[in-house]
Design a protein around this ligand. Structure first.
Ligand SMILES: C[S@@+](CC[C@H](N)C(=O)[O-])C[C@H]1O[C@@H](n2cnc3c(N)ncnc32)[C@H](O)[C@@H]1O
Length: 283
């Protein structure tokens, strides 16, 4: 990405920040299995000193703050000011005192070597500008043998929470040609891709686990539609380019495709993610 593209990407996250704040309770609930997967994989427990990379509206920092307790600490990081503000405000509302907040990119972490016991990132690694550099940075700031662990989405076809909407939009609005290495939610969906990057960055004992779970919440299709079309920059852009008459047709086509995931007032989508982890080598 050139500097202009990087700025555009960060501006898009800045616009997204208010929606990630608006839907924070739902996001926490829907993606809780990813947090549990990271906590389990990185063996996060009482008293640890944890770095969260790309913490968005506050997860998994807010959850991990309660797990590590008063003898532990969490350093939340995100390059987007709006995300940092909303996450910090929520920590204040909850009276959490063991979290600190820093606005920074994974490519350039403002911490001395070996500051943290471990580092995690939930749904952020796929947006790193230079993933090898970012993971090298992450390894630099964890102690020897410390774990770095990232949760990323698996293939589009296994994630109808996204594909039921995106596939319909793609039929109506032309998408720009996809660069498989450009920042995107599915950039690391291919098995082994992020694991290879961890190895290139110098991590040892790299492992990749597939996590299958349900994205669940007690919301209607209309609430799902609103959440998806507000939270995603790609969809916001596509909506802006539509003729007003097209929108009801698209929404109806998505409703038809998504019907089986909404039963008895509840949304439940099958989902697939990868948890990719490695350790900092002592040398
Ligand atoms: C999909 S959101 C995930 C947020 C949160 N971790 C969660 O799971 O709810 C991706 C986050 O990555 C952040 N991000 C984008 N580029 C980044 C970078 N270069 N380094 C670290 N985080 C980045 C965005 O600002 C955004 O908050």
């Amino acid at each position: 990405m050139n500097p202009g593209e990087q700025k555009k990407a960060l501006d898009a996250w800045e616009t997204s920040a208010r929606y990630w704040d608006k839907y924070r309770a739902l996001i926490a609930q829907m993606f809780a299995p990813l947090t549990s997967g990271l906590v389990e994989e990185a063996r996060i427990g009482i008293g640890q000193n944890v770095l969260d990379i790309g913490g968005g509206s506050g997860e998994p920092s807010l959850t991990i703050s309660c797990i590590v307790g008063p003898t532990g600490s969490v350093m939340y990081t995100d390059p987007v000011a709006g995300m940092v503000e909303t996450a910090q405000a929520e920590a204040g509302r909850r009276g959490l005192t063991n979290i600190q907040f820093r606005q920074c990119s994974a490519d350039d972490l403002p911490f001395p070597d070996k500051t943290f016991d471990l580092a995690i990132g939930r749904l952020s690694a796929m947006f790193f500008v230079d993933p090898v550099r970012a993971i090298r940075e992450t390894l630099r700031v964890v102690r020897n043998d410390g774990c770095v662990s990232f949760a990323v989405w698996g293939p589009k076809e296994a994630n109808p929470f996204f594909s039921t909407v995106n596939d319909v939009f793609d039929r109506f609005v032309e998408s720009s040609t996809e660069d498989p290495d450009a920042p995107d939610a599915f950039r690391f969906a291919a098995p082994g891709k992020l694991a290879g990057i961890l190895e290139n960055a110098g991590a040892k004992n790299v492992i990749e686990r597939q996590l299958n779970f349900q994205i669940e919440a007690a919301i209607s299709f209309d609430q799902f539609w609103q959440l998806r079309t507000e939270m995603s920059e790609t969809l916001r852009e596509k909506m802006a380019g539509l003729a007003p008459a097209q929108l009801p047709t698209i929404k109806q086509a998505v409703a038809d495709a998504a019907r089986r995931y909404f039963v008895s007032g509840k949304m439940s989508f099958p989902a697939e993610a990868l948890i990719v982890s490695g350790k900092k080598s002592a040398v």
